[in-house]
Design a protein around this ligand. Structure first.
Ligand code: ATP
Ligand code: MG
Ligand code: MG
Ligand code: MG
Length: 576
C-alpha cells in the first residue's frame, strides 16, 4: 500500500469529549470519525485493525467447529415477542417501525433469530451439536455511550450460539468455546483474564467474561495470583467476611402500601450516611439485564444524585464504589433495611423509578422494579472519587484487596478490566419459549440446550490501545496492527536511488505477504515519523541516501528507543 493512495487523516489535538487515552489516540490517528453520539465511521486505517481482529476470530471459531452465517440487523418484533424480550428489555433495545407500522428491532444480539433458524433446520439428534455464529453490526441504545468505540451504540460483535441435545453436551460446547476464546485472546497479544461471571438464574458456574486489564476499565476483576481463582466483582467471594458488617439500619415498622409509598428520609431508612450532595437514593431491582436474562432474586442498590425525572436518571458520584460495588441480594436488603416501601416481592416488569429531591423521596408503586438497566451499566462506572466513601455502602462490596481467596491459597488482588468477550450457558432459556426441539433416538421431541458467546470486535482496538500506548501514540501488537511495517524514504523526490530502494523493499515485503505501507507522500522526516508513531505501526524501516551509500537501512521497532542499522540485503530476514 502506498500512503499517497491511502487515506491518512491524523490530527494534532484530540476532541474535548475524548476522556480516555484510547479514544484520544483513535481520533488523533484517524482510526475512527464520530458521526453522532456513540456512532462512528471506521476510517480506512481503523478498519484494517477491525478486519484483522475479525480474521483471527473467524479462524479460531472455524477451528473450534463453529459455522458462520449472517443474520439480519433489522429483525421483526414477533421473534422478540415470542421470548418476551420485546417487553422485558428497556430502552437499550432500539425499536423501529416500517411504513406499514409494523414493529422491528435493530439487533443488540441474535438469540431469537438464531433459535428460529435452529428450530427450522435442526430436527434430528443426528444434526447436533451445532454452533452458529456471525460477525455483524449491533445496536444498543446505551444510556451513556462513551470512550468512543469502547461503549458505542452501533458496534460490531461476533456472536455465536451453540445447540446441543442435552445439558452435558451443551456444557462441553461451552467449554470448547471458552478454550477457543483463550486461543483468540492469546493471539491478540493483550494482557487479559478470563473471570467467572454471574450467569443469572440459569447457568450455574458457566459464565465467564474475558477482561482486558486496563486502569480505565469499567469492570473490576478479582483474582488470586497464587491460584486459579478469578471472578468479576459481582461474582467474587472471599473465604471469610472481609470485616465487621455495619450495625443494622433502622427497620421499617410495617410494610408500606404499594402505590402510596413515600419515605420521609431515605438516608435514615437505609441507614447510609448520605453526603450532602447525594440528593436521593434508590433501591432498584436486578433480575432482568439488557440481555433479557430472566427475573432473578437480586436487588440492586443504587445511589443517585442530582435531578431526576422519569426518563433521565443521572447517576451521581459516590466515591470508592468503582472497584467493588456489588448488588445486595433481596434477602440482604430486607434483612438490613426492612422491606422497602413499595416493595412488590418477586420482580416482574421494569418500570422507571421516579426520584424526588433531598429529604423526601417519592417512588412509584413498583419502584423496586426499576432502574435495572441503568444499574447494570452504571454501577462501577460512574461512581466518582471526589467524596469520602460511605462506610455502610462500602461494605456491600463482595471483597476487598487482601481478602483470603475462596480456594484458600493466598490473597485476592483487584484490577480493572474491559469486557471484550463473554461466554454464557443458556440452557433452554430461548429454546423453551420458541419451542426449538429436535427428535431424539426414540422419535421423542426434546428441547435444545443452548449457549451464547460474544466478542466485542470493535471494542477490542480501544482495549488494545489502553494497554499499548506511549506519549507519541499507539503501539499495535503485530497481530492486529493496521500495517506491520512502514517504509519511510527520506528525500524520495530528490533521490532516484532512495525511491528505487523504497519501492523495491515495499514490493518484496508485499510479495512475501507482509502488510507494508510505503510513505511516498513526500512529508518531511519529522512529520512522517510523528504520523506513524501516532498510528502505531510496530516496525519502521527508514531509507536514506546516506544509509544507502553505506549499504544500510535503519530499522526501529515502535518500542525501541533508537534505530538499528541493518544491511540492506538483510532487512527482509530482520523483519520476520
Ligand atoms: P457491557 O457490560 O460492557 O455493557 P455486555 O455485558 O452488555 O457489555 P454482552 O451482551 O456480553 O455485553 O456482549 C458481548 C460483548 O459485546 C461484550 O463482551 C463487549 O465486548 C461487547 N459490547 C457490549 N456492549 C458494547 C458497546 N456498547 N460497545 C462496544 N462493544 C460492546
Ligand atoms: Mg451492556
Ligand atoms: Mg457486561
Ligand atoms: Mg457481558
Amino acid at each position: 500500500m502506498k500512503a499517497s493512495q491511502f487515506l491518512i487523516s491524523t490530527l494534532k489535538e484530540a476532541p474535548a469529549d475524548a476522556e480516555v487515552v484510547s479514544h484520544q489516540l483513535m481520533m488523533r490517528a484517524g482510526m475512527v470519525k464520530k458521526l453522532g453520539a456513540g456512532i462512528y465511521t471506521w476510517m480506512p486505517m481503523g478498519l484494517r485493525v477491525v478486519r484483522k481482529i475479525e480474521a483471527i476470530v473467524r479462524e479460531e471459531m472455524n477451528r473450534a467447529g463453529a459455522v458462520e452465517l449472517l443474520m439480519p440487523v433489522v429483525q421483526p418484533a414477533e421473534f422478540w415477542q415470542e421470548t418476551g424480550r420485546w417487553s422485558k428489555m428497556g430502552p437499550e433495545l432500539m425499536r423501529v417501525k416500517d411504513r406499514h407500522e409494523r414493529d422491528f428491532i435493530i439487533q443488540p444480539t441474535s438469540e431469537e433469530v438464531v433459535t428460529d433458524v435452529a428450530r427450522q433446520e435442526l430436527r434430528s439428534y443426528k444434526q447436533l451439536p451445532k454452533n452458529l455464529y456471525h460477525i455483524q453490526t449491533k445496536f444498543r441504545d446505551e444510556r451513556r455511550p462513551r470512550f468512543g468505540v469502547m461503549r458505542s451504540r452501533e458496534f460490531i460483535m461476533k456472536d455465536a450460539y451453540s445447540f446441543d441435545r442435552d445439558a452435558a453436551s451443551s456444557k462441553a460446547s461451552y467449554q470448547a468455546m471458552a478454550r477457543a476464546y483463550r486461543a483468540i485472546f492469546d493471539r491478540f497479544g493483550l494482557r487479559y483474564r478470563a473471570v467467572a461471571a454471574d450467569s443469572g438464574a440459569i447457568g450455574g458456574d458457566l459464565s465467564e467474561e474475558f477482561q482486558v486489564i486496563a486502569a480505565t476499565g469499567e469492570d473490576a476483576v478479582v483474582y488470586c495470583p497464587e491460584s486459579e481463582y478469578a471472578a468479576n466483582m459481582e461474582k467474587a467471594e472471599a473465604r471469610a467476611p472481609a470485616g465487621p458488617r455495619p450495625a443494622p439500619a433502622q427497620r421499617m415498622e410495617k410494610t408500606p402500601t404499594p402505590g402510596k409509598s413515600t419515605c420521609p428520609d431515605v438516608a435514615q431508612f437505609l441507614g447510609i450516611p448520605l453526603q450532602r450532595t447525594v440528593k436521593s437514593l434508590v433501591l432498584a431491582t436486578d433480575g432482568v439485564d439488557d440481555n433479557g436474562r430472566p427475573p432473578g432474586t437480586q436487588v440492586w442498590l443504587l445511589l443517585l444524585r442530582g435531578d431526576h425525572d422519569m426518563n433521565e436518571i443521572k447517576v451521581g458520584k459516590v466515591p470508592g464504589l468503582d472497584a467493588g460495588f456489588r448488588f445486595a441480594t433481596n434477602a440482604e436488603i430486607v434483612d438490613r433495611f426492612g422491606t422497602p416501601p413499595g416493595y412488590l416481592g418477586p420482580i416482574g416488569t421494569r418500570k422507571p423509578v421516579r426520584v424526588v429531591a433531598d429529604r423526601e423521596v417519592a417512588v412509584m408503586a413498583d419502584w423496586v422494579c426499576g432502574a435495572n438497566a441503568e444499574g447494570y451499566h452504571l454501577t462501577g462506572v460512574n461512581w466518582g472519587r471526589d467524596l469520602p466513601e460511605p462506610d455502610a455502602v462500602a461494605d456491600l462490596r463482595n471483597v476487598v484487596e487482601g481478602d483470603p481467596s475462596p480456594d484458600g491459597e493466598g490473597r485476592l488482588v483487584i484490577e480493572r478490566g474491559i469486557e471484550v468477550g463473554h461466554v454464557f450457558y443458556l440452557g433452554t432459556k430461548y429454546s423453551a419459549p420458541m419451542e426449538a426441539s429436535f427428535l431424539d433416538e426414540n422419535g421423542k421431541p426434546q428441547l435444545m440446550e443452548m449457549g451464547c458467546y460474544g466478542i466485542g470486535i470493535t471494542r477490542l482496538p480501544a482495549a488494545a490501545i489502553e494497554q499499548n500506548n506511549d506519549a507519541r501514540g499507539i503501539i499495535w501488537p503485530d497481530a492486529i496492527a493496521p500495517f506491520t511495517v512502514v517504509v519511510c524514504p527520506i528525500g524520495m523526490d530528490r533521490s532516484a536511488e532512495v525511491r528505487a530502494a523504497a519501492e523495491k523493499l515495499h514490493d518484496e515485503l508485499a510479495a512475501a505477504g507482509v502488510d507494508v505501507m510505503l510513505d511516498d507522500r513526500g512529508e518531511r522526516p519529522g512529520a512522517m515519523f510523528a504520523d506513524w508513531e501516532l498510528i502505531g505501526v510496530p516496525h519502521r524501516v527508514v531509507i536514506s541516501d546516506r544509509g544507502l551509500k553505506e549499504g544500510q537501512l535503519e530499522y526501529q521497532h515502535r518500542r525501541d528507543a533508537a534505530a538499528t542499522k541493518v544491511p540492506a540485503g538483510e532487512v527482509m530476514a530482520f523483519l520476520r
